[in-house]
Design a protein around this ligand. Structure first.
Ligand code: C2E
Ligand code: CA
Ligand code: CA
Ligand code: CA
Length: 277
């Protein structure tokens, strides 16, 4: 890539060129990955604390690369978001989750699948119709899916996001605010959002047993959510002590490595049968 210097000469910037070529090839690889079934959803269970049951799982994407092995989402989702390719990925995720849910329906395994929606998706006014079309195709009921949306996603362009969220809500889809506590949404604004649940970010959960500040934040968030009529879930639960503390604080559900890592669908099915859930 060449760029114009102040003097008007075209200067060559090798760093910029490398960067751009790398991006172009990553984009091409991602396209290839979708076309060749290299993307895969893993599912992590959520446990309801009132009766210790699992009725919902979160879908988390992985790229099963033929040469590089399993690539975690942090290594390609932000890139996909910045290039706009995320729209294609999100559509694939919705379709894939519905496909899985249809298969589970046939196996009498009625799990709700929650999927992650990006900031960029919320700015796409066609998102609600993408849902409608795919849900029709799979004859899905609204409770088959729920959506996880980050606070920062909503705050990028609150007016447009609210419009899209309201349309999704009308379709009967449940929604939670992901990574709650890490963004900047005001409480007044939170009140207007058509969401059902707050998901407390794992950065507050990981160390809440040792860090009183974190424990206070967690407790306040649970109370805030309940006072607003929302359920509250905690992510990143890694041990029994954290589970117990959250149960004691009245948290509605938990998710984390202590229960299970995200698993491939087949592995999850076996795990559900062989463990005591
Ligand atoms: P997230 O939505 O906040 O997901 C939680 C992350 O924490 C996941 O990482 C999950 O595997 C991990 N995790 C779960 N339990 C524990 C625990 O007990 N301890 C610790 N340390 N971590 C735990 P993962 O799967 O690598 O996903 C990272 C992020 O990538 C997600 O954060 C989400 O923002 C994004 N992502 C994943 N799948 C998708 C997708 O299908 N679409 C979009 N747009 N984003 C996705
Ligand atoms: Ca999430
Ligand atoms: Ca999260
Ligand atoms: Ca996150």
């Amino acid at each position: 890539t060449a760029k114009r210097s102040n003097s008007g000469y075209v200067v060559y910037d090798p760093a910029l060129k490398a960067h751009t070529q790398q991006n172009l090839s990553l984009l091409a690889e991602l396209r290839h990955a979708i076309e060749h079934d290299e993307l895969k959803l893993y599912y992590q269970p959520k446990v309801k604390l009132k009766d210790n049951t699992i009725s919902e799982v979160e879908a988390l994407i992985r790229w099963i690369h033929p040469k590089r092995g399993v690539i975690p989402p942090d290594q390609f989702i932000p890139f996909a978001e910045s290039t706009g390719f995320i729209g294609i990925i999100t559509e694939w995720v919705i379709q894939q989750a519905l496909h899985q849910r249809r298969a589970w329906q046939e196996k009498a395994l009625p799990l709700t699948i929650s999927i992650n929606i990006s900031a960029r998706d919320l700015l796409n006014p066609k998102l609600p119709s993408v849902f409608s079309e795919l849900m029709n195709r799979y004859q899905a009921e609204p409770h088959w899916l729920s959506l996880e949306i980050t606070e920062s996603a909503i705050m990028t362009d609150p007016k447009s996001a609210l419009e899209v969220l309201n349309q999704l809500r009308i379709k009967g889809l449940r929604m939670s605010i992901d990574d709650f506590g890490t963004g900047y949404s005001s409480l007044a604004y939170l009140k207007k959002l058509p969401v059902n649940e707050l998901k407390i970010d794992k950065s507050f959960i990981t160390d809440m047993e040792n860090n009183p500040d974190d424990a206070v934040i967690v407790r306040s968030t649970i109370d805030l959510g309940h006072n607003m009529g929302l359920t509250v879930i905690a992510e990143g639960v890694e041990n029994q002590a954290t589970w117990d503390a959250l149960a004691h604080m009245g948290c509605d559900a938990i998710q984390g490595y202590f229960v299970s890592r995200p698993l491939a669908a087949e592995t999850l099915e076996n795990w559900l049968q062989t463990s005591h859930w």
